[in-house]
Design a protein around this ligand. Structure first.
Ligand code: NAG
Length: 277
């Protein structure tokens, strides 16, 4: 709930000073540096970011690597199946939580029914995760029992290189369909977006500046974005996982692309930690 308070005060500041665009941007940066997730995490379970706007309902068979990460039975974040025991998600999805309340649902188009629900044995956040800057926003979860693969449950490989600027990608999830909404679609949604590389995303072509750091990659489409509740979920391009939904300012806001943990940067971290957790 802390995050929501931060968010609403950030947004209020922005509105009060809405005539000064530069101040609006600075107030956003100040909020970001103060440790909020600027997109206004509604949540659904207190701190979750991520964000599918402008999406199309889809079926799990088209995104069989997607899981719903749940806290006490409620959807909180997305995740991606790396192997039958390991899920990749965002570190901000796993702050101040104990494994006992965590479950994942895999193999279902609906976050609240079907497929299989599996308990969590352990999780590990990236050691360098920084809640103030969102740097290194990646984590892995070890499941208490193995997933059985099928047409609806499957792993996906990790990118070995960051896709180039303009590459097409898809992001999927059960997140809200507009910024600030507090209702989740029960059916999985996806959108197609284009990759924006880090240097372009941090340039004056967009509104973020240097808060888009090494280890982050952006993606956007007109009126299309991930949104609250999509955090931790998969951004896929060329048949591999290229991004983990991390943060953004609003959802589908002009000049503010969705920001993702760049999977190619964290590939060896995931591989090594999946072997040692
Ligand atoms: C998204 O892209 C895929 C692959 O190019 C394409 O098959 C699909 O029709 C697109 N979906 C939408 C909603 O544009």
């Amino acid at each position: 709930m802390l995050t929501i308070l931060h968010i609403s005060s950030c947004l209020q500041l922005s509105r009060e000073e809405a005539m000064l665009k530069f101040v609006v941007v600075l107030s956003f940066v100040a909020c970001a540096l103060a440790g909020t997730i600027p997109e206004g995490m509604v949540s659904l379970n207190d701190d979750l970011g991520g964000r599918i706007v402008g999406g199309t309902p889809t079926s799990i068979s088209s995104f069989p690597w997607q899981v719903s990460l749940q806290r006490s039975g409620s959807h909180s974040c997305g995740g991606t199946i790396y192997n039958s025991r390991i899920i990749v998600t965002a570190a901000h999805c796993l702050q101040s939580v104990s494994t006992s309340v965590l479950r994942i649902r895999a193999g279902s188009t609906y976050w609240n029914s079907g497929g299989v629900v599996i308990s969590v044995a352990a999780f590990r956040n990236h050691e360098g995760y920084n809640s103030a800057t969102h740097a290194n926003d990646i984590a892995i979860i070890k499941l208490a029992s193995s997933l059985s693969f099928s047409s609806n449950v499957r792993s996906i490989g990790l990118a070995t290189s960051t896709p180039g600027n303009g590459a097409s990608a898809s992001v999927s999830g059960w997140g809200t369909q507009k910024s600030g909404s507090n209702s989740l679609p029960s059916q999985l949604q996806y959108v197609n977006v284009s990759i924006i590389d880090r240097s372009k995303c941090a340039s004056s072509a967009y509104g973020y500046g240097s808060v888009v750091r090494a280890g982050m990659v952006c993606a956007a489409g007109s009126g299309k974005d991930s949104c609250q509740g999509d955090s931790g979920g998969p951004l896929v391009s060329g048949g591999v996982l290229v991004g983990v939904v991390s943060w953004g300012y609003g959802c589908a806001a002009a000049r503010y692309p969705g920001v993702y943990a760049d999977v190619a940067t964290y590939r060896s971290w995931v591989v090594n930690n999946a072997n040692s957790i």
